[in-house]
Design a protein around this ligand. Structure first.
Ligand code: SF4
Length: 120
């Protein structure tokens, strides 16, 4: 096995499961669809995704991530996004998403071009 720091093979950063009956599960992905983060590592942490909050059958507050493309939009981009937000994870306390992130998610691709706000 090659050391991760030395390999030029980027295959660990993502893949598309074309056999999955739910693909494409999140509309709006523009790059390669990355299935690696099907179960998003940020589900229990603060994140910039456009989640909605709901209460499950056990009374637990959870995120509904149906409208989020951030962990899926491109192998390289989604890998970098997840690594950045996991570098200093902050546990999510169940609050609704902040309006500034929801506004960003509602922007058209033309309005968002060149912006990296969701990644910071
Ligand atoms: S809103 Fe997006 S980034 Fe946040 S936990 Fe859900 S899928 Fe992950």
């Amino acid at each position: 096995m090659e050391p991760k720091d030395l390999t030029k093979n980027q295959g660990f950063k993502g893949f598309t499961n074309t056999d999955c009956p739910f693909l494409p599960c999140h509309p709006g992905v523009k790059r390669e669809f990355n299935c690696l983060f099907c179960y998003c590592p940020l589900i229990a942490y603060e994140c910039p995704g456009p989640y909605e909050v709901f209460t499950d059958a056990n009374g637990v507050t959870r995120k509904d991530c149906s409208a989020c493309t951030l962990p899926h939009d491109g192998y390289q981009a989604s890998w970098a996004f997840i690594q950045k937000w996991l570098a200093k994870p902050v546990v999510w306390d169940g609050h609704p998403q902040q309006e500034r992130y929801l506004r960003k998610a509602r922007r058209t691709p033309e309005q968002s071009s060149g912006s990296t706000e969701a990644e910071s």
